[in-house]
Design a protein around this ligand. Structure first.
Ligand code: M6R
Length: 657
């Protein structure tokens, strides 16, 4: 995955150029790729396109530009790369330039037929200078211009020839204009006065305006200064509506934290509240009302500060009959009653969130749930029927594996809904039964944190919603909205309590950060959290870590355990507690060093470290257990001095298969 940003406008501020705007935008997009970057700009004085491209981090590029300011330019395009075709060298970095030097392009995606096109263009005399698939785009546009087409027509006709996935920005010297093409990867536009911005996502745009335009597949935006025209690939003009984004620009800043990841971990209590507070309704006998979380707190104070929230909750909402309201969800009672199965599709952390949600769904609705990796599902012979409900989970909404798998299900007429963080992202367009937004706000750290816990919460709300719609009463009768909500309102505070033990977690991390391997073990609904904890450690500290169901250890992996192996157990005071303790004993007997995260004081000797966290309902416990694992991984990585926000080889979302 790569990130692209373009700007054309009339800058009033002295000494600010289009390059500053694009460089600034690329900083917000850097999570999308960071092995090289580049910017092409129109030089107003020399009336030509100039460019700089550099391998390595974005700072390499900004250092180069800092030597040539002030610049007089009001149109530029930029790119931040995560290499697919061609090594991450200066040459292979974008932008790519045609033979005349009048056209520069940046590209996010893959051009599948680039070899055929390249050979054709080489025969016509075009000179290629890179190993990339993307360079072919610049020459293809040039070729159409050589044949008398206007820049816009050349871009449009080229788009029709390209196969694969592409979001392209093309800058043209003759017209000082930019064309933005979307087929697959996202592109969002924003206009403020005479300035037009375009980017791979909204994070670089919210600094200027909250009103954005999402391009759809097979659309081209063509603009210079304040003039914007949008057409289809067939050339038909279209009027697009703007969407208001509720993200605020300050959320995309580190705000005093050392890393975005750390900030995003700390944001979780607030983001969880954002994700559920407007979605729980009660009926006062007349109409449905949104439950006012503050009202619960006020009642608690009025009742006396020693009363717990559950008492005040009962006072306020006794018998009120809570309902879940998921705006934008079009799942009907019939859809639910006729459904033959519910299938979750996701990748990475979102896959682990789906696994935990499977347990929630089965507890709350009594419906069987299947969870599939996007990358595998697409090529399986999995039977899909039109009665199936598919739920895609994706922070970015752009993950190619997830979206392609959903497309397969959609082609077989299954019902598709999604849980995502990014408004207007590709997954939302696939979701014929609606979208549940996680409201986590921009997540910049490559390792998912707040997106993961808000996904868990949204999955829980979906389970309650489905139960309400279907009237199914599974064996866990007690798991209804009323009872779960009582514990849910307490969750942000309990999360804060875990954040208070951050220093303790740092001290524990100091004991283990030199280990080469870790095992993370959990059972039941905490097993997916063991997987997620291990993934966090792997991603940011580069330590090998394995998540495993605790009860499965004895069937093989226990052979790995010796005195050098730290084993982290997720231990909960539930019906599996005694079984997990037996698993701990098995590890102890083989000399493993045991760290336990527990919501009670377990009676076990010989624990190396105990991380105590607050208790909550089992169905909510994945949310709480995730936090200490995120902090533990964070501190280990910080002690090792790795690049926490941009770990090597990774990109925030992977838009290629
Ligand atoms: O944007 P998505 O949720 O679809 O991304 C899926 C995975 O690529 C993502 O969760 C990845 O595993 C993260 N690096 C996890 O921290």
């Amino acid at each position: 995955m790569c990130g692209i940003m373009g700007f054309s406008g009339n800058l009033k501020k002295e000494q600010e150029s289009s390059v500053d705007v694009v460089l600034n935008g690329l900083k917000s997009l850097e999570y999308r790729g960071y092995d090289s970057s580049g910017i092409a700009y129109y030089d107003n004085d020399d009336r030509v396109i100039k460019y700089i491209k550099k391998s390595g981090k974005l700072t390499n590029l900004s250092n180069e530009f800092s030597c040539i300011t002030p610049l007089n330019s009001d149109a530029a395009i930029g790119h931040i790369r995560w290499a697919t075709h061609g090594r991450p060298t200066d040459e292979n970095a974008h932008p790519h330039i045609d033979c005349t030097g009048d056209i520069a392009i940046v590209h996010n995606g893959i051009i599948e037929n680039y070899v055929v096109l390249k050979n054709k263009l080489i025969k016509k005399g075009h000179k290629f200078t890179t190993e990339t698939d993307s360079e072919v785009i610049a020459h293809l546009i040039e070729d159409y211009i050589n044949n008398g087409k206007s820049f816009y027509e050349a871009v449009r006709l080229s788009s029709l020839e390209l196969l694969g996935a592409f979001a392209i920005l093309a800058l043209n010297a003759g017209e000082k204009s930019i064309a933005a093409v979307k087929f697959g990867p996202p592109l969002v536009l924003a206009q403020k006065d005479n300035n037009i911005y375009v980017a791979s996502d909204i994070s670089p745009l919210i600094e200027y305006t909250n009103d954005v335009i999402y391009l759809k597949n097979s659309e081209i935006a063509y603009f210079h200064y304040g003039n914007l025209e949008i057409t289809t690939f067939k050339g038909k003009k279209i009027n697009k509506t703007t969407t208001k984004i509720d993200w605020d620009a300050s959320r995309a800043a580190k705000s005093g934290f050392s890393h975005f990841m750390q900030k995003e971990i700390y944001e979780q209590p607030a983001r969880l509240l954002d994700a559920f507070s407007s979605r729980v309704m009660y009926n006062d006998g007349m109409k449905d009302n949104v439950v006012n979380i503050n009202k619960i707190k006020i009642q608690r104070n009025a009742l006396g500060s020693n009363e717990n929230t559950q008492n005040s909750f009962n006072e306020v909402f006794a018998g009120a009959g809570l309902k879940i309201s998921l705006e934008g969800l079009k799942l009907t009672k019939n859809d639910v009653l006729n459904s033959s199965k519910i299938v979750f599709i996701a990748c990475g952390s979102s896959y682990y969130a789906s696994l935990a949600i499977k347990y929630m769904m089965e507890m709350i609705c009594g419906l069987p749930v299947i969870v599939g990796y996007g990358s595998e599902f697409r090529y399986e012979n999995f039977p899909v029927s039109q009665n199936d409900i598919f739920v895609g989970i994706s922070q970015s909404g752009e993950t190619a594996d997830t979206n392609s798998a959903l497309e397969v299900a959609k082609a077989k007429r299954a019902k598709i809904l999604s849980i995502t963080n990014v408004p207007g992202s590709q997954i939302t367009g696939l979701s014929n039964k609606g979208v549940i937004y996680t409201h986590a706000g921009p997540e910049i750290g490559v390792a998912s944190t707040k997106a993961f816990t808000t996904q868990l919460l949204c999955g829980l709300l979906l389970a309650l919603y489905i139960r309400e719609k279907s009237g199914f009463i599974p064996q866990y009768r007690w798991f209804n909205s009323q009872n779960i909500f009582k514990d849910l309102v307490e969750l942000p505070k309990k999360m804060e309590k875990i954040l208070f033990i951050d220093e303790t977690l740092k001290d524990i991390a100091k004991k283990y950060y030199k280990s080469s391997n870790f095992l993370y073990l959990g059972r039941g609904i905490l097993y997916p959290i063991a997987l997620e904890g291990a993934l966090k450690l792997k991603e940011i500290s580069y330590i090998h870590a394995e998540g495993y169901p605790a009860g499965e250890m004895k069937h093989g992996p226990i052979a790995l355990v010796d005195e050098n192996m730290p084993v982290l157990f997720l231990l909960s005071n539930n019906m599996l507690a005694s079984k997990t303790i037996s698993n701990i004993e098995e590890i102890k007997a083989r000399g493993g060093r045991i760290i336990a995260v527990a919501d009670y004081e377990p009676e076990i000797d010989g624990l190396s470290d105990l991380i105590r966290i607050p208790e909550t309902l089992e169905v909510l416990s994945p949310i709480l257990y995730t936090l200490p694992l995120q902090l533990f991984a964070y501190h280990i990585a910080a002690l090792k001095g790795t690049d926490i926000d941009q770990p090597r080889n990774l990109a925030k979302s992977v838009t290629v298969e």
